[in-house]
Design a protein around this ligand. Structure first.
Ligand code: 3H9
Length: 693
C-alpha cells in the first residue's frame, strides 16, 4: 500500500489505496516502516510523502469508524512519528488533502502542492472533528479565525489560497513529484526543522470564540461536534500543544461514538449508493443532452430551467401566453440578479445565463431538444394532451419527462408511441435550490434514458434517486401520511404550534404546519378534494379544510394556520385556534394534553411505516434511498441519518409499539424486521445480496 522509492538522497513514500487513498489498514504500517527505514539510513537526507493515482489522502477510512479504537488504523501514531522525525519531510499534494490527509501533511516539515489541489478538514460533515492534530495544528498555521471557518464549514480551500495563508510552502506548476524532489533537496540541510506543534496561534481572542459559539446556534443547531471543535481550537490558543492533542483524542472518540456521527456517516455512504442502480451496468450507453426544453414557465418550470442554464445548457421555455412567458422570464432574471447582489454571481454570469434561454409560445420550437420536461399543473388530461403533441413533434431519441409529483407516469407514457423514452423527473420547490431529484422509472423506461437522467442529475448538482411509480412516489407519499397524523394530533388536543415545535426540536427546520403554510394550504386541500372524489367519499371537512375556506392560504396570503410578519416568523392566530376548538366541540372531542415525545414518536412512526411499505413494494430500491430523499427533499436532519436510519437508532420494536399504541397497523416488513431484531440497513444488505445471486 505504501511504496518506497529512492531518488538519490530522498526517499519517496507513495500511498496507493484507490480510489481516494483513504487511511485504511495497511497505510499506517507502510508509512511507519518507510519512515523508520529513512531514519535509520544515513544516505537519506529527506522524505517526500505523495499520493498515487488521482489524489493525496482524502482522510481517515470512514468505514473503519465502527471499529474499536485499538483496531482502527493508527493515524495519530503516524502523525506523531512524522512530527518527531529527525529529517525534513515534505508532503506533496494533489487532488484532495482532506481530514486525516491534511493532518498528515500538517505533521510534515513542509507542504508543496499543485495549484488546483484542495485542502480541508471536513470532519464536521461526518459529525466528528479533526482527530489527528488538526484542531491544534491548523490554528497555529492559519490563525484562529480562519481555522474555525475551515473546520466549522468543512469546506476545502484551493492550494493557491493555502499558499497565501502559509499552509502550503510552495506551488508546483510542473510535475508534482519532480517539483517535490527539488524542494526536498533545497531544504534537506535546514535545521532546526520547522514544527507546527511548536508555534503559537495568531488572533485567538475570547471574542472570536464567543462569536463562533453564537454562530453555530444557527448554522449547526442541535449538533455536538461543532462546539467540541470550538473548545479544542480555543485550547490551541490557551494551552500547551500536548494538552490540546490529548483532549482532541478524547473528544474525537466522544463524537465518533455519537448517534449524530452514525447518522451523518450513513448519509455519506447511502448518498453514494443511491447513485447505483441494480441491474444497470456501468457501460449503459448515455444520450448526449445538449438542448433542453421546458414546458411551463411558472415557479416550477422556471426553477427547473435555471438548473440547466447554470450548467451551461441552452433551454427553450414554452408558455401558452405572452403574459405568462414574460412573468416567468422576469422571475428567472430577478432570481439571478438577487444572486449577483449577494456576490454569488457576476453581472456577466447573469447575462450569460439569460442568453442561453429562449422563450417561445410554440411547442414546435422544441423539435430539436434532447430532453423535454413538462412542468404544467397536475391534471392528467392536460399532461396527456401535451405528451400526445410532444410525441408528434419531438425528435427521435429525445427524452420526454414529466415533473408530476403524484400522477401515474405509465399512463402518461402510454399516450406516446415511445414509452421507453418517457420518465418522471420530480424536482422539489424551489427547483433551482433543492438538491433532490426523484427520477421516476416507469414500466417501459429504457436503461439508457434512466442512466442518462442519473448522469444529468449529477451534472446539474442534484442528488438523483430512482423511484418507482405510485401515487406520490416516495417523498410525497410519506409526507401525505405524516400530514394526516399531524392533523389527527391537533384533532386530539395538540396545537399546531406544539406539533411544529416538537419537530423543530428533532431538528427539522419546519414542522408539518409551517411547511403547509409555506407550500400553500390550497394545494393540500385540492389533493384531499381530488382523492375524496376519486374514492366517492364526502368532501373533506377537517379543521384545516375549514381554515382554507376562510380564504387563508398560507404565507402567500399573509397567513394560514399562522400569521406572518415581514420576517416570515409564524405567530399563532387566535381566530384559527378558536376555529380548531369549535371543530373539536362539534365533533364531541375532549382535547387532551399531548407531550412532545408522543408527537415525535407518532410523526416519525408514520413516516417509517409508510417507508417500510414503499420498500416492500419495491417503489424504493433501498431504505437508504428513502433517507436520502427525506433529508434532501423534506429537511429531515442529516445528523439523524433520515427516517429509516432513525428507526434503527430507536429500535424497530419501539416504532412498532408506538404505531400500535396510537391505532396504526404496522407494515408487515417493519413488523418482521422488528421481530428478527434487525434494522433497515440489514434489509438493504439482504436485498443487495439476493439481487447479486
Ligand atoms: C477523518 O479524516 C478523521 C481524522 O481527522 C481523525 C482520525 C483519527 N473513507 O465521493 P466519491 C469512497 S474523517 C472511505 O464518489 P468524488 C466513497 O465512498 C474523513 N471511503 O468520489 C466512494 O466509494 P464507492 C475526512 C471513502 O471524486 C469512493 O471513495 N475526509 C472516503 O466525487 C469515491 O468517492 C472526508 O470526509 C473515506 N474517507 O469525491 C472526505 N472518501 O466508489 C470524504 C471517499 O464504493 N470524501 N470514499 O461509492 C469526499 O469528500 C469525497 O469522496 C472526495 C472524492 C472529495 C474525496
Amino acid at each position: 500500500m505504501v511504496e518506497q522509492s529512492r531518488h538519490d538522497d530522498i526517499l519517496v513514500l507513495t500511498i496507493h489505496n484507490p480510489p481516494v487513498n483513504a487511511f485504511s489498514p495497511g497505510v499506517p504500517e507502510g508509512l511507519k516502516a518507510g519512515l523508520s527505514a529513512a531514519a535509520a539510513d544515513d544516505r537519506i537526507a529527506a522524505v517526500v510523502l505523495i499520493g498515487g493515482g488521482r489524489t493525496f489522502v482524502a482522510g481517515a477510512d470512514i468505514k473503519t469508524f465502527g471499529l474499536p479504537r485499538e483496531q482502527a488504523p493508527d493515524l495519530r501514531g503516524t502523525v506523531q512519528q512524522l512530527d518527531a522525525f529527525p529529517k525534513p519531510t515534505v508532503a506533496a499534494l494533489h487532488g484532495t488533502a482532506l481530514g486525516g490527509g491534511l493532518e498528515l501533511a500538517l505533521a510534515c516539515s513542509y507542504r508543496v502542492a499543485v495549484p488546483d489541489a484542495r485542502l480541508g478538514l471536513p470532519e464536521v460533515k461526518l459529525g466528528v472533528l479533526p482527530g489527528a492534530g488538526g484542531t491544534q495544528r491548523l490554528p497555529r498555521v492559519v490563525g484562529a479565525q480562519k481555522a474555525l471557518d475551515m473546520m466549522l464549514s468543512g469546506a476545502p480551500i484551493q492550494a493557491t489560497e493555502a499558499k497565501e495563508l502559509g499552509l502550503v510552502d510552495d506551488l508546483i506548476e510542473g510535475g508534482l513529484l519532480e517539483g517535490a524532489l527539488a524542494f526536498a533537496r533545497r531544504v534537506a540541510a535546514v535545521r532546526p526543522l520547522p514544527r507546527i506543534s511548536e508555534r503559537a496561534v495568531d488572533g485567538g481572542s475570547p471574542e472570536v470564540f464567543a462569536a463562533a459559539r453564537e454562530a453555530i446556534k444557527k448554522t449547526h443547531r442541535g449538533q455536538l461536534s461543532p462546539s467540541l471543535i470550538i473548545d479544542l481550537a480555543e485550547m490551541a490558543v490557551n494551552r500547551p500543544f500536548e494538552e490540546g492533542w490529548q483532549a482532541e483524542a478524547q473528544k474525537f472518540m466522544e463524537a465518533r461514538e455519537s448517534p449524530q456521527s452514525r447518522g451523518l456517516r450513513h448519509l455519506f455512504f447511502t448518498e453514494r449508493e443511491s447513485a447505483k442502480i441494480p441491474g444497470l451496468g456501468k457501460d449503459t450507453p448515455l444520450l448526449d443532452i445538449r438542448r433542453v426544453g421546458v414546458i411551463g414557465a411558472g415557479t416550477m418550470g422556471g426553477g427547473i430551467a435555471m438548473n440547466f442554464l447554470n450548467a451551461g445548457l441552452p433551454v427553450t421555455i414554452v408558455e401558452t401566453t405572452e403574459e405568462a412567458l414574460d412573468r416567468g422570464l422576469g422571475v428567472i432574471r430577478r432570481n439571478y440578479e438577487s444572486s449577483a447582489k449577494k456576490g454569488r454571481l457576476s453581472a456577466d454570469d447573469v447575462e450569460r445565463r439569460m442568453a442561453l434561454l429562449t422563450p417561445s409560445l410554440d411547442m414546435g420550437d422544441l423539435k430539436d431538444a434532447d430532453l423535454i420536461i413538462e412542468a404544467v399543473f397536475e391534471d392528467m388530461g392536460v399532461k396527456k394532451d401535451i405528451f400526445t403533441r410532444l410525441d408528434a413533434l419531438a425528435k427521435d431519441g429525445a427524452i420526454l419527462a414529466t415533473n408530476t409529483s403524484t400522477l401515474d407516469v405509465n399512463e402518461i407514457a402510454a399516450v406516446t408511441s415511445r414509452p421507453e423514452q418517457v420518465i418522471g423527473l420530480h424536482f422539489f420547490s424551489p427547483a433551482n435550490v433543492m438538491k433532490l431529484l426523484e427520477i421516476v422509472r416507469a414500466e417501459n423506461t429504457s436503461d439508457t434514458v434512466l442512466a442518462t437522467c442519473m448522469a444529468l442529475a449529477k451534472k446539474i448538482g442534484k442528488v438523483g434517486v430512482v423511484v418507482g411509480v405510485c401515487d406520490g412516489f416516495v417523498g410525497n407519499r410519506m409526507v401525505h401520511r405524516y400530514g394526516e397524523e399531524a392533523r389527527r394530533l391537533v384533532d386530539e388536543g395538540a396545537s399546531p404550534a406544539d406539533v411544529d415545535a416538537a419537530m423543530n426540536a428533532l431538528g427539522l427546520p419546519m414542522g408539518p404546519f409551517q411547511m403547509t403554510d409555506m407550500a400553500g394550504l390550497d394545494i393540500g386541500y385540492a389533493i384531499r378534494v381530488h382523492r375524496a372524489r376519486q374514492r366517492g367519499e364526502p368532501e373533506p371537512d377537517g379543521w384545516l379544510d375549514r381554515i382554507v375556506k376562510t380564504g387563508r392560504k398560507g404565507q402567500k396570503t399573509g397567513g394560514g394556520i399562522y400569521d406572518y410578519d415581514e420576517t416570515r416568523r409564524p405567530r399563532p392566530n387566535a381566530d384559527m385556534q378558536a376555529l380548531i376548538e369549535a371543530y373539536r366541540a362539534e365533533k364531541g372531542i375532549t382535547p387532551r394534553s399531548i407531550s412532545a415525545d408522543e408527537i415525535t414518536r407518532r410523526l416519525t412512526g408514520t413516516l417509517i411505516n409508510e417507508g417500510a411499505r414503499i420498500l416492500d413494494e419495491g417503489i424504493a430500491q433501498r431504505a437508504g434511498d428513502i433517507d436520502v430523499i427525506y433529508i434532501y427533499g423534506y429537511g429531515f436532519p442529516a445528523y439523524r441519518g433520515g427516517p429509516m436510519h432513525y428507526a434503527g437508532e430507536q429500535g424497530l420494536q419501539k416504532v412498532v409499539d408506538a404505531l400500535k399504541q396510537y391505532g396504526h397497523t404496522p407494515a408487515p416488513l417493519l413488523e418482521r424486521l422488528a421481530r428478527e431484531g434487525k434494522t433497515f440497513a440489514d434489509f438493504d444488505r439482504e436485498r443487495a445480496n439476493s439481487s447479486q445471486k
